[in-house]
Design a protein around this ligand. Sequence first.
Ligand code: DGJ
Length: 725
Amino acid sequence: MHFIQKMIVTAALVASVVATKAQNNLIPIETKSNAIILQVTGDGHLNTIYFGRKLTDKNEYQYTQHFFHLDGNGVFNSAYTGTTRNLLEPAIAVTHADGNKSVDLKYVSRSVDKISEDVSQVNVSLKDPVYDLEVTLHYKIYYADDVIEQWSTIEHHEKKNITLNKYASANLLLQAKSYWLKQYHGEWAKEMRPEEEQLTHGIKTLDSKLGTRADIFQPPSFMVALDKPVAEDDGDVLLANLEWSGNFRFDLEVDPTDNLRLIAGINNYASDYSLKPGEEFETPKLVYALSHHGAGEASRDMQDWARKYKIVDGEGPRLTLLNNWESTYFDFNETKLADLLKDTKKLGVDLFLLDDGWFGNKYPRNDDHAGLGDWQENKAKLPHGIGYLVKEAENDGVKFGIWVEPEMVNPKSELFEKHTDWVVKQPQRDEYMMRNQFVLDLSNPKVQEFVFNTVDGLFWKNPGLAYIKWDCNAVMYNVYSAYEKDQSNFYVDYVRGLYKVLAQLRAKYPKIPMMLCSGGGGRVDYGALQYFTEYWPSDNTEPLERVFIQWEYSYFYPALASANHVTNWGKEPIKYRVDVAMMGKLGFDVPVSKLSPDELTFCQDAIKNYKAYSEAIWHGEQYRLQSPWDNDAASIMYVDKAKSKAIMFNYLVNNRYDKGTYQPIKLKGLDPAKKYAVKEINLYPGSKTGIREGTYSGDFLMTVGVNPEVHEGRASVVIGIDEQK
Ligand code: DGJ
């Protein structure tokens, strides 16, 4: 061989050996469209060198590190930042048994578990070379949905307890020219108000410190768009939610190399966790979806994932219902309820839901000052007990469900008299409560048993019971647990105690539908939703408000999980209220007996329409067509997976003179080659359609669109789209 040829072959061989070595040092975490590439550095640290669109040739991932701006010392892009070599926000901070506060983690091993055809899990073990501390990073990959759940487990074998000062679930790295954070804020009845800003250098923190739940001021959900603000159908958008119903903290740090470091997990506020030798600390999961086609696609991925893998019975049906909260509040008796059961049937919904106020004898629950905790039927209101009502419901051909708030107690209750040490409160300070109630100390196994028995008892006494609404109205003040040895563990152990009870209940009652309510939408997160079939988005059921609230929740949660009730909030006609509630899990909370004959007929027909299109709403793909924030009318549609049946909801959101829809709105998600009959449904008795009904191709509907003709007098319009064969 010629000398030059030899040189080329040798160079190629050397290059390929180097490449293979570099390749071996890479840990790819790949979904259908994306890849996170972790790299074991020469000195054994684990860094993130890439998170983005998947490359066709895996061998090329090794080069990405040279193309992005990373810090020369390999510190800012640590895959799980410790404290020793760190200059930025850490993912983990520890006080060792000897008081030393340094953490430096080096790569040990990796494993991949194949869980199913579509799901696998990558585990990467890290260890501190000086202290006997191990961290394993877990990435559960939902390949087809482009969704990843990430969390970590921490364990040590030091001589005494160590203190975890910080223990993030995930430490991600995003690389772009600019980062746009869409976050949410709120208050009671003002949930999910979006705000968007470009992140600047330094740290932006989103967090909560409410103890019993994640939200009232800030939900544990957000999105980040790369290079430009969040758009519905284009651009890179990451959607994330922390699966934790307690205090959370997200730190979004644009670092000195212009990368975005995202550190997410439990809030370490007042929570320096004391960990025994050999005990494993598992963080909650951060779930995220990255799309290159805007927030719309990311949300459809997240919704699909939630239905398949997270929410209880996510691929099953949901029950329509009549709730009595707003029609009776605490003021009811057996006769009134018997009438409401008949109304449930008349209306045509599946279930009657008895709300707060059915319990307490020594301290009857006639308002929110007394009785909470005493879960025995109030004899004056319900002399024949819940069992009688369940049977009555059966006779009327409907199901029966009930409200509970088992984590809480009024000081005016027999439970409090017996167990003052079961409540969360400071022994030496003035009492301070929300809604006149204390939080029960769920870190205490006796309290866990009590809460389990409360709900379990309802089921074994009333086997026909078909539904639970689980409420949680108070946040935590004056945090102190008479049970905990280490007060710093309490916030974390409370949520773990709650999950333990819920897991026990779910093991015994795997499919019973349960609604998760928390004084409105305080507990809407995937940590809790793994035990529930649906959530209560807000006590604000004013339908115009709900258009906005439901719109924003829908980015993170599927419609079948959103319990939308028609109530008497607001001035909109019943049609608008029902049309809005239909874009989710439909329920009613109105006095049926006070509906006019036309109103009743409208509701009955709307429930039938809802059932006819429920497959699309519950299990189909959701497309946001026109946002209520930038348009006079909001428009949204759901298409079933077979692309054969779809429903489009349109709501006027601007009451100024002559506002409405003057152009067709392009539909999405249909099959261009199919023919669809387009028909206005949910028409109020006596009114006629205002749209151009007819049969059109999917191509036409997605290219030209449909004008729903939303105007004053036609403030909400629902359109059915049915394949014609
Ligand atoms: C708060 C909930 O959000 C309401 O729907 C209702 O169930 C009340 N609690 C009952 O006290």
